[in-house]
Design a binder for this molecule. Sequence first.
Ligand code: NAP
Ligand code: HSE
Length: 432
Amino acid sequence: MKESVGIGLLGMGVVGGGVARVISQKGHHIQHLVGAPVAIEGILVRDVGRARSFDAPASLFTTNPNDVLHNPKVDIVVELMGGEYPALDYIQKAVSLGKHVVTANKEVMAKHGPDILAQAAKKGVQVLFEASVAGGTPIIAPLLRDLVANDVLTIHGIINGTTNYILTKMAQEGSDFGDVLKEAQELGYAESDPTNDVEGIDAAYKLAILSTLGFRARVSDADVYREGITKLTGLDFQYAKELGYAIKLLAIAAKVDGSIQVRVHPALVPDHVMIAKVDGVLNAVEIQTDLAGRVLFHGPGAGDMPTTSAVVADLVDISRNLVRNVVAAPPLRLSRDIRIRPMSELETKYYMRLNVAERPGVFAQILTVLGRLGISIASAIQKENDEEAQRAEIVLMTHRAKESSVQEALRLISDLDVVNSIGNLIRVEEWD
Ligand code: NAP
Ligand code: HSE
């Protein structure tokens, strides 16, 4: 039996500070679970002089990664720096030195997860990454263990807490985008570069991870079609509400005719669907499978303590094995590569908001373009007349149509003299 487990922290910001605090404050509980004490043996940061949310002994801090990676007392390297490099280099180095790894880094796992796991399997070490998707909400372990007998058919997720927080405040309080983003940053939800949140990059990383695990095929973030939330306006929230929908940044993966469709974009979600009611920093992932049917995971998607909860669970898992000298089986076997469907092959319903000239025959011209491309209209409303400026807003809801046809229609409609601008195009996600 090993008598203690040593932890090396790479990064001590929002999440690292939480992990250090919990290892200290819940030391007895963790020791009881593991069967031996678990202690931090080194902490890598950029700036040792910075004030931190948790007061760790100054002797533990270093700016030299080798002090942690090569420290013989460190059994588990916990990477909480974020970003692709140097995080990837340090994770690979740790594995090559026979150390176990816990990481919350979705970018690294989305881009290099299968290679890291293969390297870890060869070295007989564990690399766990529960905190990389949905913060404190368990989703990685359930996909790898509890749902392992299933074939995954679809994944629908709200997997970025920052954008869900922003969209909720915009919808419910009419808040300004920039103000709410600032709040989300202050609360520790946002990435160090919040562009990753608001442009859907973070959600695309997470969807790539979930898809790789769910479909047991390599899916990278580059395979994911992506649109962020920056084009949404108060008008879209107002019209969506009138039409009976919420607007959410959805991450969607689906098996279609043996290929996989993976996309992240704002979507109109019917009010009555559970995911439409997931508000604030909460995340939700609905997995539809052949055996279990629809399973919903719901909980906090960001923030220091929820994320710490997931990191410490991984730490305890590895520590238990270490103390008992158990070598864990590799968690994932990928099948052959699978075709990723191009976005042009998507078929769904659409919401279109157009700003047009207020004069006779405008509707007819737009409907002619849509009709020529086989796009049929489910409902149409004219909103917000500005009689003085002779402008009006038209909101169209289509029946199911092909993405390629809708994009072509938008191009032709924007060329019409009677159309001032395309306000927005939002896909509508229907549930059976
Ligand atoms: P953070 O607050 O920005 O902290 C990053 C830490 O890493 C800081 O301590 C920083 O040092 C250190 N660091 C960064 N680059 C470094 C480098 N090149 N060399 C040495 N140290 C470096 O980030 P965070 O919010 O804790 O996020 C950490 C990870 O968890 C990211 O992968 C993130 O995506 C993931 N995550 C975060 C959340 C959340 O809610 N925040 C939730 C789930 C997953 P200094 O302190 O000296 O600057
Ligand atoms: N910035 C991320 C989010 C952190 O808002 O969801 C959790 O991964």
